[in-house]
Design a protein around this ligand. Structure first.
Ligand code: 3SL
Length: 253
């Protein structure tokens, strides 16, 4: 396995793909997606464009769908939800499809949707992601940070580092053998520095500060938790993620 980190979707190499591509938007899109699937949503369907979301979701019965729209951290008028993972309770999302468009996270997922395996990772489901990687051992793994409108974000990079750190420990491989690019080493170092105070790191992050200005500290507290959900959001068809309850069996020794 070789792990690569890309700080924004724009930095993904043209004309190449990975065996497994992982989108990360800790604050808050991939945290929301993992929470919705864990709470029993039938699927999460992602859109970069709000109009397309409205058109596509209008083919679904209203009681079987939730429309979530976020721009600049705020809920888009006329949508059921913004992008708060705290809204995704079983009574709200159980059995429904979450149609979602966010500023950066859904764009990151769309940018990797041609990869053979596409996952959505956050701190809250980090262990589930690592277990899947250990079981399937993809040769090349891209971790694609959503960033903010084309620029670097601390919180996505620290999550990539958290995934790499646990994968390194559980696989027994050396970090140097797992390292695909320099960004991966930087991400692991960032995680080592902040692993005991992830919420503290969010306070330095520009998007963390944006969410604080919007009085979303409780969302940030939730997003800062590690390994609280055993859910693997995996792409079933382009743009549609489901929860993989039937993990591949562990190799028989
Ligand atoms: O950028 C995104 O995709 C969002 O996750 C941003 S927010 O946390 O909803 O503001």
């Amino acid at each position: 396995m070789k792990l690569f980190v890309f700080h924004t979707p724009e930095l993904i190499p043209d004309h190449a793909t990975a065996d497994c591509a992982i989108a990360i938007d800790v604050l808050r899109a991939t945290t929301t997606m993992a929470t919705a699937l864990s709470a029993g949503a039938e699927a999460v369907q992602v859109f970069s464009d709000l109009e397309k979301l409205l058109n596509e979701s209008s083919n679904w019965e209203p009681q079987k769908r939730i429309r979530a729209g976020e721009r600049g951290g705020s809920k888009v008028d006329g949508f059921d939800f913004g992008n708060s993972p705290l809204d995704c309770t079983p009574d709200q999302v159980g059995g429904k499809r979450l149609f979602i468009s966010t500023t950066n996270g859904t764009r990151a997922l769309q940018s990797i949707q041609a990869a053979p395996t596409v996952l959505a990772a956050a701190l809250i489901n980090r262990r589930a992601i690592v277990q899947y990687l250990l079981q399937t051992r993809p040769e090349t793994i891209w971790m694609v940070a959503s960033g903010w409108e084309g620029s670097f974000s601390l919180e996505d990079t620290v999550c990539a580092g958290a995934i790499a750190d646990l994968l390194q420990k559980e696989s027994g491989e050396s970090l140097i053998d797992l390292t695909g690019n320099d960004e991966l080493v930087g991400a692991v170092a960032l995680y080592h520095q902040w692993k005991d105070d992830l919420l503290g790191l969010f306070r330095y992050a520009s998007h963390g500060q944006r969410l604080l200005r919007l009085n979303l500290l409780e969302d940030m507290r939730y997003c800062a938790q590690l390994d609280i959900l055993d859910v693997l959001p995996i792409q079933r068809e382009p743009g549609v993620l489901v929860s993989n309850h039937n993990r591949v069996a562990a190799p028989v020794s």
